[in-house]
Ligand binder design. Sequence first.
Ligand SMILES: NC(=O)c1ccc[n+]([C@@H]2O[C@H](COP(=O)([O-])OP(=O)(O)OC[C@H]3O[C@@H](n4cnc5c(N)ncnc54)[C@H](OP(=O)(O)O)[C@@H]3O)[C@@H](O)[C@H]2O)c1
Length: 385
Amino acid sequence: MTTPHTIAVLGLGRMGDAMATRLTSQGWDVVGWTRSGRTSGAVETSADPNEAVAKAGLVLLALFDGPACRQVLDEVRDVLRTDTIVLNTSTVAPAEAAKLARRLGPSYVHAPVLGSVPAAVAGALRILAAGDPDALDRVRPVLETLGTVRRVDDASTAAALKLIANNSLAGAVLALRDSLRQADALGLSRAQVLDVLELGRLGGLVTAKRPFLVGESAAVTAEFTIGALAKDMALLAAASNTPLRSAAGLADASADPEADIAVAATAPAVADAVLEPLRAYLRGHATGDPTHFREAFLPTAHIEGIRDGVFVSWRLDEYCALFPGRPAPDETARSRRIDAVDVHGTVATATMTLRHGADTFTDIFLLVRADDSWRIANKAYHRHS
Ligand SMILES: NC(=O)c1ccc[n+]([C@@H]2O[C@H](COP(=O)([O-])OP(=O)(O)OC[C@H]3O[C@@H](n4cnc5c(N)ncnc54)[C@H](OP(=O)(O)O)[C@@H]3O)[C@@H](O)[C@H]2O)c1
């Protein structure tokens, strides 16, 4: 068992370049290649992946996704010896990782990494490594140059754990976005808000990403892009076949996919226009005046739910007839809030909670933007007694 000394790093993007730089600085012979032909300051590069692979006993992949891994491996198939270790640090789907492991056999090590560019440069990545014990022993000195190693049973599990880890990162970005939106709505100063957030659970993220959060992103290079994290969340949602809010949350960020993930936390709150019919609906309840419901709903709307165990579907006229034109006697004790609004181009969904005396209602709305204004197309509700 010997550790190969020459390493071909295929993919010199953010992570590939940082890992190649770290390995070079620690005395490994590195030859890099990347599709675009871009060269790397500290690392010898080749214009031909076959040339790079032919020189190496270990091939480290730092590619965007599973299809990129397949394409690059196809390209170097003829020069890849059976005893050449392929160490894949890319974040791919569990099924893609399993397929690569089957294709390359005992010389394949799947090793997705936790941590970004600064951790790679400092040799402080956390690496989830899965592979044949012999191959793992051979690559261990290389992995330990890049960070600390946690052994995982198989490639598919390593890939799945990596996606779960990134889901927590996506959740943190979206939690930060919620906090910044609420703070903006309260008119608080961004600098003051970030100072306070740095003291709490999101502190590490806020400290690391502060320039992006104060609008200085042009001056700083993206370390981990919205596009890459959105790719990971799409892979997770597809693999789990279970709803995943962070997948939609990042896809909706309306920011440049090449921007750093922190820029997604600065995406503006939902536009006032989509809130207008929801606010008219709230006024309808507060005043008991059905005119507000006619403003809020499309004339074709239906209001639907289960009443006394039976499904009821009211047309808008029938619904409006339920309101007497004056507030309910206990109006001052009632409360209502908009819980969520998700806009997708010309359609949106919204959820509200209404506390009316002993009853709490969950209202779910479908909205559409027609003729440049938003209206509620339909409402369904549940009455919690
Ligand atoms: N950045 C992070 O903080 C971070 C942290 C942990 C894990 N990861 C994961 O690590 C991997 C690399 O991330 P990154 O941030 O370095 O991404 P990146 O900067 O976008 O680099 C992606 C690399 O993949 C190459 N590539 C993309 N599509 C290709 C294709 N079809 N054929 C050949 N090469 C292709 C690019 O080549 P060219 O640019 O030369 O065209 C580039 O070298 C991803 O799987 C990512 O999810 C990233």
